[in-house]
Ligand binder design. Sequence first.
Ligand code: NAD
Ligand code: TYD
Length: 348
Amino acid sequence: MKLLITGGAGFIGSHVVRRMVKAYGQYSIVNLDALTYAGNLANLADVQDEPNYRFVKGDITDKAFIRQLFLDEQFDGVIHLAAESHVDRSISGPDAFIQTNVVGTANLLNAAVESWKGNMEGKRFYHVSTDEVFGSLGETGMFSETTAYDPRSPYSASKAASDHLVRAYHHTYGLPVIISNCSNNYGSHHFPEKLIPLIINNIKNKRPLPVYGKGENIRDWLWVEDHARAIDVIFHRGCSGETYCIGGNNEWKNIDVVKLLCKLMDDKLGRSAGESEQLITYVTDRPGHDARYAIDATKLKNELGWEPTQPFETLLSQTIDWYLANETWLDQVTSGNYRNYYEQQYNR
Ligand code: NAD
Ligand code: TYD
């Protein structure tokens, strides 16, 4: 198996690469990543010298480069994670999302069709997507594989467009594709522009904890290593042409997640009870902020036997421990451009 993983230097991608490199010694695994602000080879320091692993720096929006890479390498499988992934950045600058998420995905699909033409047997193109393509839920109901698409941010619209292209290439060209739509992830190596690592970093540094609106929006949190395990299972045992929803069965209001992080970190840092909660600051809401996401992952459980690890508090506590133990990583990713981003996003 010659396997291409795109976006492997990012948050989820690095967990997928690590899992695959360790579990499948007989595979030849290429990690293709442009190393944008969100990509960091330090995320993969523990596997970088493994004989079944190779890193290639490259941009999926570069059509000629992608085409040549597929012709040279003759991949058997693709797990595509490379994307612009942060909703707030998609609001201030949608173009990069359209380029990477839509055009970049189309380049990979075209290259796969060309390279596998006449022999699709045993090949697999796995597209990693998000539950945000389904839009926003009210107080009840859950997203499943049959939910109609209704994306509402430039990020989710660009991911929806890429999902549609992937399905269209299956129907039109017979490309053996699989899509999964997953809920919000948390865990180690998460870039601190997203809620959980941002709040951990700010509690650590006694900085204000920005909560959008009233903090009542709900997300279904899944441990990133559970997502990587689901991707492994689906890549190897999922059916071609199918979609699988992946979720944590773990809905939390944002404000409750922030308060739980404060409580856990006050304990760990020897601060008095309630000290970090004082840092909570309600800020202007995100435009078009989706109210609630929740996934019904019954299909994945029934067909492939996957279930999330519980409980959330234990895994969140382990996650905090990782950030506290990896200060150098946190300092490195929050230096330089991060400061400019933070200033523009939060001090408007
Ligand atoms: P991330 O932002 O942490 O990482 C994205 C990676 O893609 C980075 O390493 C970056 O360098 C790379 N990249 C970006 N543009 C590129 C380009 N043009 N060419 C090559 N590489 C490029 O993202 P993440 O949170 O790890 O998400 C990975 C995938 O999972 C995305 O497709 C995202 O839509 C999806 N997803 C994320 C979540 C979540 O909670 N984070 C949930 C569901 C699905
Ligand atoms: P985020 O981690 O950006 O993921 P997504 O928007 O893809 O779900 O945000 C999770 C939730 O937390 C979302 O409802 C927005 C909210 N949020 C804040 O309240 N403050 C913040 O500083 C950030 C980054 C997010």
